[in-house]
Design a protein around this ligand. Structure first.
Ligand code: AQP
Length: 331
């Protein structure tokens, strides 16, 4: 059976980008057609300056949202990365497989390192080695497919390279996984700066729709989205990134096709209004379900415990095999 793995990082409140780029497919498609694991990748949240209490809170919130968007613990495995030691164990072997040049070439590293420096901070070594841990997350489970937004494509390519290299050096150990991206809205852009990605830890929040934003807040953010010079509604990601982003979001919410939808509008105002309502309707059930689940914290904790137990069992044999393959004595 196809094995699927993916995750979210608790560095901020989850966004519409996380949902449209990844989580929605996990719930609506992936868990139904494959043996799937979904993870709150909390170790990755420690790669930038963090507040322990906030990470703890955001991890629980992210796990609750995974269930709120429809992941069913009877169908798939939902867990928290740090509760399964195999991830960190295998990460070290990935660091011994990758080169420092490969890590330094990663766009996310360059951008986030520049951000840390601009804020006068220092860059944690783990920010550089992040893709080794991410490769371990994926490879530990014999994953075939990794459903992610487009921003993760480069990390996935590196994961593939590491799997191939490890297998060549030490014998067949890992499945070589491939990324899958959604057809529409694989890269949702910030509403106030449509040339940069809508990211949960972006400095300004006006252009980011969070999954738990109240309906009126969502409306306000979408209505204030930056549009482009010109008045006609056309789908052109390069020349009209603001309008194209709204069309992408509207298409993703309504199941339409962005270029076709453009033809139905003669003003930016009407496009924004429909997009705002479509997003509000899309997120309404998620917010309602989140409130129900959050009221019963014991349930989420029990799902995570069972999920971690299952994940550990799935990962251990392959990680043990990798340890033996590189020459370490069996425990
Ligand atoms: N704007 C986006 N459009 C489409 N997909 C997106 N994803 C993230 N942002 C967008 C996808 O969501 C999944 C989980 O992302 P992540 O938690 O691993 O974090 P990230 O990719 O680094 O994105 P963020 O939300 O911007 O976090 P920060 O700001 O902390 O870096 C992934 O599949 C991702 O592709």
């Amino acid at each position: 059976k196809t094995r699927i793995f993916s995750g979210v990082k608790p560095t901020g409140h989850l966004t519409l980008g996380n949902y449209l780029g990844a989580m929605r497919r996990w719930a609506d498609e992936d868990q139904h057609r494959a043996d799937a694991l979904f993870c709150v990748v909390d170790l990755h949240a420690l790669t930038v300056e963090h507040d322990p209490a906030r990470v703890r809170r955001l991890s629980r919130q992210a796990a609750t949202l995974l269930l709120a968007v429809g992941l069913d613990p009877e169908r798939c495995t939902v867990f928290v990365q740090s509760q399964v030691a195999e991830h960190a164990r295998l990460s070290y072997l990935m660091e011994c497989t990758a080169t420092d040049g490969e890590m330094r070439r990663m766009i996310q590293y360059k951008e986030k390192a520049a951000g840390e420096r601009a804020r006068g901070g220092s860059v944690r070594l783990s920010l550089l080695t992040y893709p080794a841990l991410m490769a371990a997350d994926i490879l530990a489970y014999g994953t075939h497919e990794v459903p992610v937004g487009e921003d993760q494509a480069q990390h996935l390519e590196l994961t593939r390279d590491l799997a191939v290299r490890f297998n060549q050096r030490y014998g067949p150990t890992f499945v070589v996984p491939k990324a899958t991206h959604p057809q529409v809205a694989a890269r949702v852009m910030d509403l106030t700066d449509p040339t940069s990605k809508m990211g949960k830890s972006n400095g300004t929040t006006a252009g980011i729709v969070y999954l738990l934003d109240e309906a009126d807040v969502v409306r306000k953010k979408v209505m204030r989205a930056v549009t482009d010079a010109g008045r006609d509604v056309v789908y052109d990601r390069a020349e009209r990134p603001g309008v194209a982003n709204l069309l992408d979001v509207l298409a993703a919410c309504t199941g339409g096709e962005p270029a076709e939808l453009a033809g139905a509008y003669t003003s930016y105002g009407a496009l924004k209004k429909d997009t705002a309502e479509a997003v509000v309707e899309l997120l309404r059930p998620v917010r309602e379900r989140h409130a129900e689940l959050a009221a019963d914290g014991g349930y989420v904790d029990s799902v995570l415990r069972a999920g971690a137990d299952r994940a550990r069992e799935m990962a251990r044999p392959r990680v043990d095999a990798a340890y033996r393959a590189v020459g370490l004595l069996p425990g």
